[in-house]
Design a protein around this ligand. Structure first.
Ligand SMILES: [Ca+2]
Ligand SMILES: [Ca+2]
Ligand SMILES: [Ca+2]
Ligand SMILES: [Ca+2]
Length: 292
C-alpha cells in the first residue's frame, strides 16, 4: 500500500467512525407503530402513573402571585391526592400517514389560575416549562422566560396553551427586565403520539410526556401577514395547519393569496371591516377562499 492509499484508507475509516457516532447521537427513527395499539399502551401507563403519584400542590397554593414554582412529582404518602383526581381529559385526533384520525386522550392538570386571556394553539407564547418522562426524569427545562412558536413544538404542548391564562400587565424593573404576576400554570400528561412518538432523538421512542408550563404573555400570530390570524387558518379545527385551499403546495397559513385568484387575501378578507369575512356572491364560501 503506497502512502496515498494508506492515507485514504485511514481517512475513510475516520469518516465511517464519524458517521456512526453521528447516527448514535441523532438516534434511530424506526417506522411508526400502529397508532391504535400504541395509544392503548400509553393510556394505561398514563392512568397508572396519575393514580400512583401526586405533585407539589401546596407550593402552588402558597406561592406569591409573582413566584415561579418548579413542578415536582410527589409520592402519595401523608394523604396526598393522586394527580388522577385533579385532571381534566381532552381528546386530540392524531392523523396518521394515511390521513386517518385516531382519538388520543390527554390529561390537563390545572396548577395555578392566571388572570388574563388564553392563547390559541397557534400563537407565540412567553413561557417557562419543565418536561418530564413518566420515570420522573426531567428531559427538558427552561426556568427563564422564553418566546416559543407553538406551531413548531410537539402537538400536546401547543394543545395545552388554550388551557392557560396569561399574567397581568407586567411591571418594568429598574434594570429594564419585566416582572409578571398572576401568570397561569398547568401541566399536560400526554400519550407519545402527541409528543415524539417513534422519534428517539430527544427521549426514548414511545415516551408519554409531562409538560408543566407557566404562561406570562403571548402574541397572536399571523404567519403570512394576510390579516387572517393563523389560528383561523386551521379551517377544520383539527389542530393540523395543512389546509391548502388552492393546492399550490403552500398551506393557507403561509399563503398570502389562499384561493390564488390574484387578489391578496388581506385585500378581500374583510373589506368592510365588520369582523366577518366577506362573501360577495353569498355562496357560503368567503371571498378569500373563493376563486369564483
Ligand atoms: Ca394568516
Ligand atoms: Ca386542519
Ligand atoms: Ca395554498
Ligand atoms: Ca385571493
Amino acid at each position: 500500500m503506497n502512502k496515498l492509499t494508506h492515507f485514504l484508507a485511514i481517512f475513510g475509516i475516520l469518516i465511517l467512525l464519524a458517521s456512526c457516532q453521528e447516527q448514535q447521537r441523532m438516534g434511530f427513527i424506526a417506522p411508526p407503530r400502529d397508532y391504535a395499539d400504541q395509544l392503548a399502551v400509553d393510556n394505561d401507563s398514563l392512568i397508572s402513573f396519575m393514580k400512583q403519584w401526586s405533585y407539589n400542590h401546596e407550593a402552588y397554593s402558597n406561592a406569591a402571585s409573582d413566584e415561579h414554582i418548579s413542578f415536582t412529582i410527589d409520592s402519595l404518602k401523608s394523604g396526598k391526592t393522586p394527580i388522577y383526581d385533579n385532571v381534566q381529559e381532552f381528546t386530540f385526533k392524531v392523523k396518521d400517514g394515511n390521513d386517518e384520525y385516531h382519538d388520543h386522550t390527554a390529561y390537563v392538570l390545572p396548577l395555578r389560575e392566571g388572570v388574563g386571556d388564553s392563547p390559541t394553539v397557534a400563537d407565540s407564547v412567553f413561557i417557562t416549562y419543565r418536561g418530564m418522562l413518566l420515570n420522573r426524569k426531567i428531559f427538558d427545562e427552561r426556568t427563564s422566560p422564553m418566546w416559543l412558536e407553538t406551531l413548531g413544538v410537539v402537538k400536546g404542548f401547543s394543545a395545552l396553551m388554550p388551557y392557560l391564562k396569561k399574567a397581568a400587565v407586567p411591571t418594568i424593573n429598574a434594570d429594564g427586565t419585566y416582572s409578571f404576576s398572576g401568570f397561569g400554570s398547568a401541566a399536560i400528561l400526554m400519550p407519545s403520539a402527541l409528543g415524539y412518538y417513534n422519534d428517539s432523538r430527544a427521549v426514548p421512542a414511545y415516551s408519554p410526556l409531562i409538560f408543566a408550563v407557566d404562561l406570562y404573555t403571548f402574541n397572536p400570530t399571523d404567519h403570512d401577514g394576510d390579516s387572517v390570524p393563523t389560528s383561523l387558518e386551521d379551517l377544520n379545527g383539527d389542530g393540523y395547519f395543512d389546509e391548502d385551499t388552492d393546492s399550490d403546495g403552500i398551506p393557507d397559513f403561509r399563503d398570502v393569496d389562499d384561493d390564488n385568484d390574484g387578489i391578496l387575501t388581506r385585500d378581500e378578507y374583510d373589506v368592510n371591516n365588520d369582523n366577518v369575512p366577506d362573501d360577495s356572491d353569498g355562496d357560503g364560501i368567503p371571498d378569500y377562499l373563493d376563486n369564483n
